[in-house]
Design a protein around this ligand. Structure first.
Ligand code: HEC
Length: 154
């Protein structure tokens, strides 16, 4: 009895794993676009207040920077696997065909953001205000640099 009970548990676990793998492989293009737009929207949500502080448009708040930098560090690793060729013709999307025509350059722009956001996370924990503000600027350049080449003009 015990033994077959275990077999059922194992079979169920494998079934769940296979189901998850399948869901990943079959994600609909519309769903992928929605996911990346959601991540980008959240990047904007958490980066915006930090950019305002770096530009002197909002008072500097080290606690908010520490929290937002941690969120951003994670968010910047999320959107890239949704940029599948299957999403090329999904509308509405601000993604330009250059993403797939110059994929090495796109990946480089994505890594650049990940690296700068990770540095911001580090410096937000130990750095002084000037260093943090400078790093916020570097993150902003990484956002803008990619949008310049790979996102439709607003
Ligand atoms: C490697 C390229 C790349 C980087 C780096 C990048 N973005 Fe984007 N972003 C895009 C693309 C491409 C789109 C259009 C996605 C779509 O509509 O399918 C986009 C869209 C957006 C949108 C609009 C989302 C929507 O709902 O339509 C916002 C907001 C945004 N990005 C913010 C940011 C912020 C903030 C950063 C930096 C922290 C950033 N992005 C970094 C490529 C990038």
């Amino acid at each position: 009895m015990k033994r077959s009970g275990m077999a059922v548990v194992v079979a169920l676990a494998l079934g769940v794993a296979a189901g998850a793998a399948l869901a990943q492989a079959q994600a609909k293009p519309e769903q992928l676009v929605k996911q990346r737009q959601s991540v980008m929207t959240l990047q904007g949500k958490y980066f915006g207040p930090m950019a305002a502080m770096a530009q002197g448009k909002a008072p500097y708040n080290a606690d908010i920077v520490r929290r937002n930098a941690a969120f951003l560090d994670n968010l910047t690793r999320m959107p890239w696997d949704t940029f599948e060729p299957s999403t090329k013709d999904v509308k509405p999307s601000g993604a330009l065909p250059a993403i797939w025509e110059q994929s090495a350059k796109f990946k480089e722009a994505a890594s650049r953001l990940e690296n700068e956001a990770n540095k911001l996370y580090e410096v937000s924990r130990s750095g002084d205000e000037a260093a943090v503000k400078a790093q916020i600027g570097a993150v902003g350049k990484a956002c803008g640099g990619c949008h310049e080449s790979f996102r439709q003009k607003q």
